[in-house]
Design a protein around this ligand. Structure first.
Ligand code: GUN
Ligand code: ZN
Length: 445
């Protein structure tokens, strides 16, 4: 099916894989769209015109330049649903727990983003890392400094990326260099929304760091802004570590639980994205399900900081499934690679006595995250009309992967090996809006 009579600007040929729905819900056969010798036709504007078997390529695209990715898998670009741009160089900073890690490493590093020069250089370096790992879209934490979010928006705009970020709102329980008065931070957020929300592929997320670093007044202002700008997302952390949860109980003695703190201020809704959600009660899961919010699993971060084991089966229970996403959570997380992130998610699921298929994983990192970030229809699948943000993965990229590939018996098995053993070396090429922005190897013309 084509969306118009226009000829494609280019055709990407190879094994294609995309999802129409969640394999956990509708089953693998219904969910998966894959062609062994497939093709994706990309239009002049960078949107997908057609996806199907190469042999069925519509005549009007037959003359377009064709990049043939032999023995590789063409997927929608990966989406990171929670990552911290100002922590892009402070990975692997060991601490006893989350709160100590924030005080010792994260807050001092983030204070450096008061410098626009520093933030501008960091934005480029951060986006380079995302793209080289096959991540073409992200929901990103910045710092409290408006100019840092500005720098990231500008850098993403220049690259044509689909990116959502916002200035972090923090007004207590952190050093002065990374806090700002409640009203000043609300004004900063409103100004950034006016400048950036809806510009090309950029969107704004009201970004409350977590309940601990916001006063009631700041949470109330964030809720008001969200109500005034329903197209914006709400991005924060929830129920990550035991000490954090205890402190939330002390700071908000009137609340039923951690989720209730956000709910009281109008912050739990369809466009709300909560990182972690490791220790949620049944009541909280029900509330998050009812609201249609997304909880984002950050497995490498949870293992590294010792925060706990995410219970994917509990979250996804059929009686009240909570929408779940997947993310690197750099720099609490230890890898930019969403393949490595999925590997850790698989191991955590095993430690919880459940499992996690490669199809579940690749669905989460593409269409699942797109849906949770309200970008469904724009990215996350290879359907006609969506942006041609694409990653090409090489199942034989390293000697270890190549050896394992000799034993692969199916596409699902190949994907499982990629998920468990792959990283940025498996990323053969990356396209943003149909333009190649990163590549290890030239495809055949
Ligand atoms: N909770 C509040 N801030 C942070 C952060 O920067 N990283 C993680 N992992 N959790 C948080
Ligand atoms: Zn985080």
């Amino acid at each position: 099916m084509t969306t118009g009579a226009d000829a494609a600007a280019r055709v990407l040929r190879g094994r294609t894989l995309s999802f129409a729905d969640d394999p956990r819900v509708v089953g693998a056969d219904q969910a998966m769209q894959s062609h062994e010798d497939g093709a994706v036709a990309v239009g002049q504007e960078g949107r997908i015109l057609w996806h199907g078997a190469f042999g069925d390529l519509p005549q009007q695209h037959a003359g377009a330049p064709c990049e043939h990715h032999r023995d590789a898998i063409i997927l929608p670009g990966l989406i990171d649903a929670h990552v911290h741009f100002p922590q892009h160089r402070m990975l692997a900073a060991p601490a006893h727990d989350l709160l100590e890690w924030l005080d010792r490493f994260a807050f001092p590093e983030e204070a450096r983003y008061a410098s626009e020069e520093h933030a501008a250089a960091a934005a480029e370096s951060f986006l380079d890392k995302l793209v080289s790992h096959g991540t073409t879209s992200a929901l990103v934490f910045s710092t409290v400094h408006g100019q840092a979010a500005d720098c990231l928006f500008r850098a993403a705009l220049r690259r044509g990326l689909c990116l959502t970020t916002g200035a972090t709102m923090m007004d207590r329980n952190a050093p002065g260099a990374v806090t700002q008065g409640a009203h000043a931070s609300a004004r900063e957020s409103a100004a950034l929304i006016a400048s950036w929300h809806g510009v090309e592929r950029l969107r704004y997320a009201l970004t409350v760091r977590f309940a601990i670093t916001s006063s009631d007044a700041q949470l109330r202002l964030a809720g008001e802004l969200l109500a005034d700008h329903p197209g914006c997302l709400l991005h924060t952390h929830l129920s990550e570590s035991a000490a954090e949860i205890e402190m939330v109980e002390r700071l908000f003695p009137w609340s039923q639980d951690y989720t209730d703190v956000y709910a009281r201020f109008g912050l739990v809704g369809e466009g709300s994205v909560f990182a972690h959600g490791i220790h949620l009660s049944e009541r909280e899961c029900q509330a998050l399900h009812d609201a249609g919010s997304m909880v984002v699993h950050c497995p490498t971060s949870n293992a590294f900081l010792g925060s706990g084991l995410f219970d994917i089966e509990h979250l996804c229970a059929a009686r009240r499934p909570v929408r779940v996403g997947i993310a690197s959570d750099i720099g609490g997380g230890t890898s930019y690679s969403l393949l490595q992130t999925l590997a850790e998610a698989y191991k955590i699921a095993r430690l919880k006595g459940c499992s996690f298929s490669a199809l579940d994983g690749f669905y989460l990192a593409t269409l699942g995250n797109a849906r949770g970030l309200r970008l469904d229809g724009e990215i996350g699948a290879l359907d006609a009309g969506r942006w041609a943000d694409v990653v090409v993965l090489d199942p034989k990229a390293t000697p270890v992967l190549a050896a394992r590939h000799e034993l692969s018996e199916s596409l699902e098995d190949t994907l499982f090996a990629l998920m468990m053993l792959g990283d940025d070396r498996a990323v053969r090429a990356v396209y943003v809006r149909g333009e190649k922005v990163s590549g290890r190897e030239r495809s055949d013309g």
